[in-house]
Each structure stands twice: as C-alpha cells, then as structure tokens.
Design a protein around this ligand. Structure first.
Ligand code: ZN
Length: 58
C-alpha cells in the first residue's frame, strides 16, 4: 500500500487499492508523471473535462 505517499491532483487515488493501480505512468497529454492503473494513459487532471458538465462524448 502507499500509506506514506501523498497523492497529487494527477493521481488516480481510486486505483491505488487495485492490484495494478500503483504504476508510475507518464501522461500523454501533459507529459507529467502520475500514479494510477497501468492501463491509464492520461493523468486525472487531463482526463477530467473542465467546465463542461456535459463533455462526456469523447
Ligand atoms: Zn496530464
């Protein structure tokens, strides 16, 4: 577990309990490192739509 780790805004904290949820990944959108499931390819900041509550048609 990552009890010592302080998650950042980019990390997928809900992935942490999962078996493959603690991978160091590099975001393809912003190039920043984040921690999440190994199959994720963007950080949480880039994945979440900004200011558009109906922006789920991607
Ligand atoms: Zn990003």
């Amino acid at each position: 577990m990552l009890d010592w780790y302080e998650p950042t805004q980019r990390d997928w904290t809900e992935d942490f309990p999962h078996e493959n949820g603690n991978y160091n990944c590099k975001c393809l959108m912003c190039g920043e490192m984040f921690i999440g499931h190994k199959r994720r390819f963007t950080c949480r900041v880039c994945a979440e739509p900004e200011g558009d509550p109906e922006g789920d048609n991607v």
